[in-house]
Every structure is written in structure tokens, then in C-alpha cells.
Design a protein. Structure first.
Length: 316
């Protein structure tokens, strides 16, 4: 099977993996762990552990177990108590960190329980905070603060140097394709590329690099970004490598849904600016890769994964 490494975090990565797991691909998912919001942020602060929320989402997306087990992991306590707003998956991961000693081993044990075919690895086992360094030298601490102040930030970094397991470096070295998933560009994708060891491993890797373009912009982070703007930002942080392939949506989305996103959430469609993409020397694979679920625009996980698999099979 072809070996693929996918970088990301949150909903975008989870959605993509629900499709990729259906294909004969050896998938390794590397997950950012700097989230500091909601249940994840509370557990991170109170238990002094890494962010577990995105790891939990990815584990569910790759699971091959009964629906009742998935429903249990997704269950979020709602009654007023110290457990309010905590999903079961986060509580389990927090407990397993205590039992196993670190987030990587906790994640691997969950992979065993969930019959996951593939590998899921947190970017680091340490508790880390994303930091945005502003033009004036002021630091914005934490993902939420970074996301709200992108226009003032000249550089992303962590609050301290982070250690990376050699297993991650080996997975990158062995990969036949490296993918950056859809998701928050500055708080889910780029946090991988501010780790020197990750950047260096990608630079030395033989695998081409693919980006799955977001469908809509993210207010405050990527306002008015076209596909090429996402690529250009990734190329800047790749520092020596470039995005080789980009998959983007070229199908029309119902105007009523587009207008709702624009007026209520201030999100715009990410346009394919073909000439600029060509100037960046990225191969464009365009198709209908969206689906509408409960009035929300999402990547069609199966179609997107099929396009990735088709690319992998070229020349075989």
C-alpha cells in the first residue's frame, strides 16, 4: 500500500480521514496539539496535559467499531456539573495520559480499542501554546488569541521548544505523499511547520506535497484568500519546499447557502485563481469536492479521498 502522511487538526482533518480510511492506503495522521478552547483548554489547564480535542476527533473519524461506541465517545455532558461540556473521548484520553504516561501511547491504545487501520500521532507529547509574534514585538498567546490577531502577526512560534518523536520523522521519510489537510490555516496547519525537525524532515523527503484547499475563508485568518494565497502562505513556511499539487473545488454551490455563509458567518468561497496557481508551479486538480450537510458546506470526504487515491495510482 502507498504510504501517506497527513498533517492537520480539527474538523478538516477528521472529515478527510473518514474518506481516506476506505481506500487501500497506509495513512499516518499527524495532529496539532496547541488548541486551548472549550473542553480541551479546560482539561489542558486543570490537568497540565497537551490538548486532546483534535486527537479525539481524528480517532473517531478513523474508527472501525459499532455506532454505539462512537456515540459514547461523542457524548458530551450537558448537566450543570464539573463535567459540563466535556465529551467522553476527551475524558478517556486525559485518563489514558495518566495511565500510559504520555499522549502518544494513550493515542495508540485508543487506536487499538477503535480498530483503527493506520497510525495516529500527536505532533508532540508536551503541553504547548501557540504564540503569534506581532510586528511591534507583542506576543499573542494561545490559539484563540492568534486566530483573532492574524493581521498583526508576523511570525508563529511556540511558547517553548518542543520535542518530536523520531517515529514522526521516520513516517515523513517513508511517505510517498505528504498532505496538508483542509482546516484553519494558521492554527491547525502551520503549527506543524514551525517545528524545525518537521520542516527539515519535509525538506529532505522525496514525497510530493499536496494541499487540500479549504472551501471557504476563515474570518480573521484568511479573509479574501484565494487558493493561491493559501499555497503561497504554506510555501513561505515550508522554507525550501513547495506545494506540488492542490485539490480544489470548482463546482457551483447553491447561492442561498453562499449568501448565508457570507451574511451570518462572514465566510466567502475560496476562489480558484488558476493563473496565480500556475505561477506557483502547483499542479491543480479541480473537481466537485463539496457536500452540503444540514445546511453546512463540507468537503465530500469520499470524493476528495478518491482524487487523492487516483493521484497516488498514476503511473502504476
Amino acid at each position: 500500500m502507498k504510504k501517506v502522511v497527513v498533517f492537520g487538526g480539527g474538523t478538516g482533518l477528521s472529515c478527510l480521514l473518514t474518506g481516506l480510511k476506505l481506500f487501500p492506503i497506509d495513512v499516518t495522521a499527524i495532529i496539532s496539539v496547541s488548541d486551548n478552547g472549550s473542553s480541551t483548554g479546560q482539561l489542558k489547564k486543570e490537568l497540565d496535559i497537551p490538548a486532546v480535542g483534535d486527537v479525539g476527533k481524528v480517532l473517531i473519524s478513523m474508527a472501525n467499531v459499532e455506532d454505539d461506541f462512537i456515540d459514547l465517545l461523542r457524548y458530551r455532558f450537558t448537566k450543570e456539573s464539573f463535567l459540563e461540556n466535556h465529551p467522553v473521548r476527551n475524558i478517556l484520553l486525559a485518563a489514558l495520559i495518566d495511565l500510559k504516561g504520555n499522549l502518544t501511547d494513550a493515542t495508540k491504545y485508543m487506536c487499538h480499542l477503535l480498530n483503527i487501520k493506520g497510525t495516529v500521532l500527536p505532533l508532540t507529547e508536551e503541553k504547548v501554546e501557540l504564540v503569534g509574534e506581532s510586528i511591534s514585538g507583542e506576543d499573542y498567546l494561545g490559539e484563540e488569541s492568534v486566530s483573532q490577531n492574524i493581521k498583526n502577526i508576523k511570525k508563529l512560534k511556540y511558547d517553548h521548544s518542543v520535542n518530536i518523536r523520531n517515529e514522526i520523522i521516520e513516517k515523513i521519510r517513508e511517505a510517498e505523499l505528504i498532505i496538508f489537510s483542509p482546516g484553519s490555516l494558521y492554527t491547525s496547519i502551520l503549527p506543524h511547520l514551525i517545528v524545525p525537525e518537521i520542516k527539515e524532515a519535509i525538506k529532505k523527503a522525496d514525497a510530493p506535497i499536496m494541499y487540500i484547499s479549504n472551501l471557504v475563508t476563515q474570518p480573521g485568518e484568511t479573509d479574501n484568500y484565494a487558493v493561491s494565497d493559501h499555497i503561497r502562505t504554506l510555501n513561505k513556511y515550508l522554507d525550501g519546499r513547495k506545494i506540488d499539487i492542490v485539490i480544489a473545488n470548482n463546482a457551483k454551490i447553491d447561492s442561498a447557502i453562499v449568501n448565508k455563509y457570507s451574511s451570518l458567518e462572514h465566510k466567502m468561497l475560496v476562489n480558484i485563481d488558476r493563473e496565480n496557481i500556475e505561477k506557483l508551479k502547483a499542479r491543480l486538480i479541480e473537481d466537485k469536492i463539496f457536500a452540503v450537510e444540514n445546511g453546512m458546506i463540507r468537503h465530500d470526504a469520499l470524493k476528495t479521498s478518491y482524487l487523492i487515491f487516483s493521484y497516488l495510482m498514476e503511473g502504476d
